[in-house]
Design a protein around this ligand. Structure first.
Ligand code: 3PG
Length: 205
């Protein structure tokens, strides 16, 4: 995440499309990829990317239960992301020694996560939960927490989030538009990845 502070979401109905999307993102400079468990073939997509796209670091997102977490890890997921904070998911990942980024949106959730030993958290849904001002407020209190805002992030507001030192990376689906992927237009995915990398370079050097 420090080399490219962006985590695109991949929501694919079949492994071939997932692999093509992952390859397009890697070609655009993004290597940390989150496959969301929102389709029947999501675990197969994780597995195919893990085996076919060696330059990618693939994780599973929308992980709601410890069983989901274990299945994701069995499929080759290298990190776990959840929309919320649920201790069994955190523990399943920690027992496997795999990074877990649970979603938080309040000070209480950040504090709970901190006490579970976590220092890198997803801030979700970032836009609706208060965006940059909320992140500044949380970061001023939780000095050793790094956040991955996700939800409503786009090329238009990416620079504002990345300007915050407490932001390790931004996640989002704007890098993988469903219409372009349905059309097989993977050049658009690569172009969006390159555009986001350029914004990140301008902010982070
Ligand atoms: C998520 O899965 O984290 C969110 O649905 C992403 O939100 P976005 O579609 O606004 O990027």
């Amino acid at each position: 995440m420090k080399s490219a502070p962006l985590v695109p979401l991949i929501q694919a109905d079949d492994p071939e499309t997932a692999v093509a999307t992952a390859q397009a993102l890697v070609a655009g400079g993004l290597t940390v990829l989150e496959v969301v468990l929102r389709t029947d073939s999501a675990l197969a997509c994780v597995n195919e990317i893990a085996t076919q796209v060696p330059d990618a670091i693939v994780g599973a997102g929308t992980v709601l239960s410890a069983e989901h977490a274990r299945d994701s890890l069995d499929s080759g997921a290298q990190f776990i992301v959840s929309p919320g904070l649920y201790q069994p998911v955190v523990e399943a990942a920690q027992q496997s020694g795999v990074p877990i980024f649970p979603g938080v949106a309040t000070a209480s959730e950040v504090q709970t996560a901190w006490n579970l030993g976590l220092r890198t958290l997803k801030f979700f849904p970032a836009g609706q939960a208060g965006g940059v001002p909320m992140l500044k407020a949380l970061a001023s209190v939780f000095r050793d927490i790094q956040f991955m805002p996700t939800g409503g992030v786009s090329a238009d507001n990416l620079a504002d989030y990345l300007a915050l030192h407490a932001v390790i990376a931004c996640g989002g689906s704007w890098l993988t538009p469903a219409a372009a992927i349905a059309d097989g237009d993977f050049d658009t995915v690569t172009r969006l990845a390159e555009e986001a990398c350029e914004i990140a370079r301008q902010i982070r050097g």
